[in-house]
Design a protein around this ligand. Structure first.
Ligand code: CO
Length: 685
């Protein structure tokens, strides 16, 4: 039990010169990874971490999380930063605080299982570049997905922190699957694998304070390794959860500096320091030092990122998490997906279907990527199933899950769903029971052959092996073969000041309207491709310190179908969006005064209808998306239910089945084409 009266409050000092507590709570700071990943789409830049790095090194954190999760992806894709370089740079400022990273087991810092050769090389290089603590998790809590990385972590002499993903099927801890025995069992497994510490990873903020007390107490009684709690703030419970966990004897707690705290991030450190001041679990941290760091972040760093914060909601907690025991991000994805399919009125059906789908798929935890897999299949079921048939449209990722490519589920997958999913599945109709990476061929040699000399060292090669498209593009920027686009250039304080000035003027009514003269095309002219239905237009936009001015608009090509794949992920500065959004890139707002009226070309030339279904049964797109590939070609005969075409929507692949027996009469699109809902993709006669 915490001793509340260790020091007389009158003698209390705020600084770190107060007496050391008997059993101080250790703190890991997540501001430089999970903090900005949660609040501003992982866009934090190394140059904005340096101003606080030396001060943070003085606080006495058990560790600082500086890398992993989505940072590797975002840095090379959106920030034109070499992820490996960040570790080396920050290490020059953090001289004594260990670095921690989030490692997604065999998924490393990507979204699929990589082959063992990539996994080994990745861990070895991360350790060599300066990583100290490897916080390792698997979305299914299937620790066979740790079997390759853990020996590498140990071989490098580094700290292996094993994670248990925390999830619920009931409003509180318990039920048939995720009960206290489950977590105790997982902790024993991790200890047997040599875990130096054990982390309960509550990514959705589901853990309630009294459940935290029970779990921590049970874990402390069962395993020797120190217990670490990672509980997001999303639902609003985490500060209470932290306190009960501390009373139960938790060793390490995760927090953020205030400017990076709350909402979907983590509770802040400063209130915790004050709450524990003078108790036997006092952190010992200097509150004035923390205040100094906050001030720098608040004044010099956050202004550059505030435009990325989601200010669409006033509430800082997401009560839906409490209602549905599902991560907040997953719920907002579901809403977006329904909106894009014009079916927002089905949201309650989705909430009802979700637990059924999750159960059918083996009651898997809901964390990246399993939350998306369950969520999108749920929406498919709600929209496309009827009373005669369930699972009419099964996504490719559900097929992979049913095959065993993600690992073993908490309870077995429903055998009928599994059988249906694996009918005609390319790897085989019989699911595997081995460790998933055992069916993967080595990848590094092949990657080396493909990328050639553009990868100068192993770090470059690993980056390319994990992210072939964006990785290659980054290496071209890095070695001067291509000029990085403007959207990867950092936002400076001068940019922020200029924007703030403008807003101030506008509010004061001091913005003067420009004359309606058409301006000359200047050297700042940038070209945008704007897609409207099946047509696209090249639009010239010039930034002149005011709203962007549309200088010209011209129809570039009559059929978007002949365009290369949409430029979504490569050019849009926002997080990768669904493919249908890719076809309408952030169209600049026309400046109503200065711009010539855009020609009404878009509406005037209706999309050329794809070959219609005059003599046959049409296979129509059930949702907007992008054609991945046709599985059948014109002339092929098909049986009802055979997959004809794979359509990607919301980053998931959907196999579209033939609605009837017959012969393929027409395939109306090409790979990479974006299609609208109800477009006829193929005709069967
Ligand atoms: Co997290």
């Amino acid at each position: 039990m915490t001793d509340h009266t260790q020091v007389k409050m009158t003698e209390m000092k705020y600084g770190n010169d107060r007496p050391k507590a008997a059993n101080p709570v250790k703190i890991e700071d997540l501001s430089l990874r999970d903090g900005h990943q949660s609040l501003f789409a992982t866009r934090g830049r190394t140059e904005d971490m340096i101003p606080v790095a030396e001060l943070m090194d003085e606080v006495g954190f058990w560790a600082v999380e500086t890398w992993g999760g989505a940072t590797f992806d975002t840095m090379h894709r959106f920030l034109n930063e070499d992820p490996w370089e960040r570790i080396r740079t920050l290490k020059r400022y953090f001289k004594k605080t260990p670095f921690s990273m989030l490692l997604r087991g065999q998924n490393l810092v990507g979204y699929r299982n990589y082959a063992d050769d990539v996994a080994k090389a990745f861990v070895e290089r991360a350790a060599e570049n300066g990583m100290d603590i490897f916080r390792t998790f698997d979305a299914l809590n299937d620790y066979r997905n740790f079997e390759t990385v853990v020996p590498e972590i140990k071989k490098a002499g580094k700290h292996f922190q094993g994670c248990i993903c925390y999830t619920l099927t009931e409003p509180r801890l318990g039920g048939e699957v995720y009960n206290i025995d489950y977590y105790v069992g997982k902790a024993k497994d991790l200890e047997a694998m040599g875990a130096d510490t054990i982390c309960v990873k509550d990514m959705a903020g589901l853990m309630s304070p009294y459940d935290a007390y029970e779990i921590v107490k049970a874990l402390k009684e069962t395993v020797k390794a120190p217990i670490h709690l990672h509980s997001h703030f999303t639902s609003g419970m985490s500060p209470m959860t932290h306190l009960k966990a501390i009373e139960a004897g938790v060793d390490i707690i995760d927090t953020c500096m205030t400017p990076y705290a709350y909402r979907t991030s983590h509770a802040a450190i400063e209130p915790l320091v004050m709450s524990l001041l003078g108790t036997s679990r006092d952190t010992g941290f200097d509150i004035e030092l923390l205040a100094k760091i906050n001030l720098i972040l608040e004044k010099e760093v956050m202004p550059k990122y505030k435009h990325l914060l989601d200010d669409s909601k006033v509430s800082i907690i997401d009560i839906n998490v409490l209602l549905h025991q599902t991560p907040g991000g997953m719920l907002s994805n579901l809403v977006n997906q329904l909106r894009e399919m014009d079916a927002l009125d089905r949201i309650n059906d989705v909430y009802e279907e979700l637990p059924k789908v999750r159960k059918d798929l083996g009651q898997i935890p809901l964390v990246t990527p399993t939350s998306q897999i369950v969520g999108i299949q749920t929406v498919n079921n709600v929209l496309f199933d009827d009373e005669n048939e369930r699972y009419k449209m099964i996504t490719g990722q559900v097929k992979d899950l049913c095959y065993g490519l993600y690992g073993k589920t908490a309870v077995p997958i429903d055998s009928e769903v599994q059988k249906k999913a694996l009918k005609g599945y390319a790897r085989g109709e019989e699911p595997i029971t081995c460790r998933p990476a055992e069916v993967l061929e080595p990848e590094l040699d092949k990657a080396k052959e493909e990328i050639g000399d553009l990868a100068k060292d192993l770090d470059d090669l690993i980056l390319y092996a994990m992210y072939p498209t964006t990785g290659k593009r980054f290496l071209k920027w890095k070695y001067g073969q291509e000029k990085p686009p403007e959207e990867v250039v950092p936002r400076t304080m001068d940019d922020v000041k200029a924007a703030d000035e403008l807003i101030k003027k506008a509010k004061a009514g001091q913005l003067v309207e420009k004359k309606a003269d058409e301006p000359e095309k200047g050297e700042n002219l940038r070209t945008f491709n704007v897609f409207v239905d099946k047509e696209y237009f090249e639009v010239g936009v010039e930034e002149v310190g005011d709203s962007p001015i549309i200088s010209y608009i011209q129809q570039a090509q009559s059929q978007m179908a002949s365009m290369p794949a949409p430029a979504a992920a490569s050019s849009a500065p926002a997080a990768p969006a669904g493919p249908q959004r890719a076809s309408t890139p952030a169209a600049p707002k026309p400046a109503p005064k200065a711009a010539p009226a855009p020609k009404p070309a878009a509406k005037a030339a209706p999309a050329a209808p794809a070959a219609t279904a005059a003599d046959g049964t049409p296979l129509a797109a059930p949702m907007p998306g992008m054609i991945i590939r046709y599985e059948k070609k014109v002339g092929d005969s098909v049986k009802k239910g055979d997959t004809v075409v794979i359509l990607e929507a919301m980053k998931m692949e959907n196999s579209l089945p033939a609605p009837t027996d017959g012969t393929i009469k027409a395939t109306n699109f090409s790979n990479g084409d974006s299609v609208a809902k109800n477009d006829v993709l193929a005709v069967i006669g």
